[in-house]
Write a protein that binds this ligand. Structure first.
Ligand code: UD1
Ligand code: MG
Length: 443
């Protein structure tokens, strides 16, 4: 095999360009050789949210909006992500402090999206690669769409490719303006549209892939000539087109992922869309969700095959549920819950930071917090772990095959040995257990 440089005009051996496989390989090589970074714009103050909190920290199905955008970048192989933050930057950084692929950039004053990009100038001005630009308030983004964006960029050999969406309700979005040949001519922001432009249904969901140098050259030239007097990144598109360079817009974003979150109402709408995605994926993986509209399952939840989730169940945070379980109706599972296989939880059971062993049952009105519950344990109606003494939270350990009678209060810290039997209506402390000596007060 000879050495071949993807940018070389010379053939390494005669006739090799006639070989389709070779061409495919070289395209792949080319795409892997160009470095790609991402800029996520997340500095906005967000007056429309009416909030004291940075907008991108508002949660969609239990995770900050920004987390979804970061994940989408990672899924398409981006290893350096520049996050432009401003308002509440310390809070945002703190939330993502374990991520080593984020480079934080501060935008002191929020002067618009082009200005936000320019805040990365010091780091990126000389970068000879491709730059994805995305908004931190677009949590519904799919990595699959970013992949399409990258493929279209490469196939078209453009300097900018943007992915667009066609929406029924276009209020608030930049409109994609095309010329008589269907080529993109520019993007006009909602507030700046003429009445003719306002009826355009194709919008800008802010998914862009730029040749990095072209991006920074154009962003420098943007002027705040618009209703809001901001430096719009969307104006950079027309400026690049005017230089004769190739810009393409592909309609590749589904309406359900185009939605940016600018208000509390839009936050709720994004939550609904994400919730549906989470539930549909679980159902595809063999989970029965009896009434999806009356069930809430957050993003970090894992559920095994043939588990049934009954109506009015709320699952919050990082929760793992095994196979063949039955949960609800009216169950509340909180962060740190682990249910092994075949667990049954019935009405008004709340579980927090606890593991329930295979075949354990708590069918009615229980609170189990900070506990490790063994296999085949039966927790009777109305039994609870009293895990907080007013100062500290303590753990309860219940061995395998225990029977906890109805209306029992297990005062933590407490350890019940395998096979313990607690009669109905008992208040149990470790002191009692030690006194009675055989693992439980009522054995
Ligand atoms: C933006 C686009 C619009 C697009 C819509 C999609 C511009 C000018 N408009 O409008 O074409 O249809 O997103 O959701 O780009 N930000 C900063 N610094 C700033 C201003 C904004 O970092 O100075 C960040 C915000 O935090 C936000 C993102 O940029 O995450 C977009 O800003 P936002 O004000 O939400 O713009 P939109 O009006 O939604
Ligand atoms: Mg927005």
């Amino acid at each position: 095999m000879g050495f071949w440089c993807p940018y070389s005009r010379f053939e390494p051996w005669p006739g090799s360009f006639g070989n389709l496989e070779f061409l495919n390989l070289s395209l792949e090589l080319q795409s892997t050789m160009v470095e790609r970074v991402a800029i996520i714009l997340a500095a906005g103050v967000s007056n429309r949210m009416n909030t004291q909190m940075p907008k991108v920290l508002h949660e969609v199905c239990g995770r900050p909006m920004l987390a979804y955008v970061l994940d989408a970048c990672r899924e398409v192989g981006v290893e350096r992500i520049y996050v432009v933050a401003g308002f509440g930057i310390e809070q945002v950084r703190e939330r993502f402090d374990t991520a080593s692929d984020i480079i934080w950039v501060q935008q002191e004053e929020q002067k618009g999206t082009a200005h936000a990009v320019l805040c990365c100038k010091e780091d990126l001005e000389d970068f000879d690669g491709e730059t994805l630009v995305l908004c931190g308030d677009g949590p519904l983004i799919r990595a699959k769409t970013l992949k399409t964006l990258i493929e279209k960029y490469e196939a078209s050999q453009s300097v900018v490719t943007l992915a667009t969406a066609v929406l029924e309700d276009t209020a608030g979005y930049g409109r994609i303006i095309r010329d008589a040949y269907g080529n993109i001519a520019g993007i006009i922001e909602d507030a700046d549209c003429t009445s003719e432009q306002r009826v355009v249904k194709e919008v800008n969901p802010s998914y862009y892939l730029f040749n990095n140098k072209v991006l920074f050259e154009a962003a420098e030239k943007v002027k705040p000539d618009n209703v809001k007097k901001e430096y719009y990144l969307t104006d950079a598109i027309a400026l690049i087109i005017a230089t004769g360079k190739k810009v393409i817009a592909v309609t590749a974003v589904r309406p359900d992922e185009a939605k940016g979150v600018n208000s509390r109402v839009e936050l709720t709408e994004a939550n609904k869309i994400m919730q549906r995605r989470i539930q549909w994926e679980l159902m595809d993986n063999g989970v029965t969700i009896v009434d999806p509209d009356n069930t809430w399952i957050e993003k970090e939840t894992q559920i095994g095959q043939d588990t049934v989730i009954e109506p009015f169940t709320y699952i919050h945070g990082e929760v793992k549920i095994g196979r063949g379980c039955r949960v609800g109706p009216f169950a509340y599972l909180r962060d740190g819950t682990v249910l092994e296989d075949d667990v049954v939880l019935g009405v008004f059971t709340e579980i927090k930071n606890s593991t329930l062993g295979k075949g354990a049952r708590a069918r009615h009105h229980s609170y189990i917090g900070d506990a490790t519950v063994g296999k085949n344990v039966n927790i009777g109606a109305g039994s609870i772990t009293a895990n907080f003494d007013g100062e500290k939270v303590s753990r309860t350990t219940i061995g395998n095959d225990c029977y906890i009678g109805s209306g029992s209060v297990l005062i933590a810290p407490l350890e019940l040995k395998d096979g313990s039997h607690i009669s109905a209506g008992t208040v149990v402390s470790q002191e009692d257990i030690n006194k009675f000596g055989r693992g439980s007060k009522t054995q």
